[in-house]
Design a protein around this ligand. Sequence first.
Ligand code: GRF
Length: 197
Amino acid sequence: MPSPKNIVILISGSGSNMAAIVQAAQQQDWQRESGARVAAVISNRPGAAGLQLAQSLGVATQVLDHRGFETREDFDAALMQEIDRHQPALVVLAGFMRILTPGLVHHYAGRMVNIHPSLLPAFTGLNTHQRAIDAGCVEAGCTVHQVTAELDHGPILAQAAVPVLPGDTADTLAARVLVQEHRLYPQAVCDWLKGQP
Ligand code: GRF
């Protein structure tokens, strides 16, 4: 029996992308298909709603509160220790609202992915939906990419586009994009895992 391809998901908030991935893994039986399983969900915020959601889906959760650490490097070192206990094949950032240190990015090079709510390389950073509206974009969307040292850069693995409609607010556009995120992210993770030995 080959060793399982453990997935560790990092969250900070509602965890809807995390839940979409966990549910896809369960419903599509990734364990049987590619030996993959979501081993743990880790949040840097104790109050993240995604923690309860993960527990309700039967996934082990851990909290590592960044406020207990003096420096970003100290927190990331502790985070790496927690993640590595699961010997992950893939680390999935799903609304993990932290700037990562170069050391952490390097440690997971080639096995860490993120979803960003824009059609990268447009609109890296925050407030992507309002910025897309303000710029007059007719399309917006989301991107799954590998994580590299530069924020919201890195090789693109998958994208989905949605129209920007007349009268859209950041909230209505975000909701339309989020539907696509929940479809795109599990698919991209599944494809990535199938490509691994
Ligand atoms: C998503 O829009 C994702 O693209 C961005 O943060 C949001 C997280 O939402 N990185 P959720 O926590 O997955 O519900």
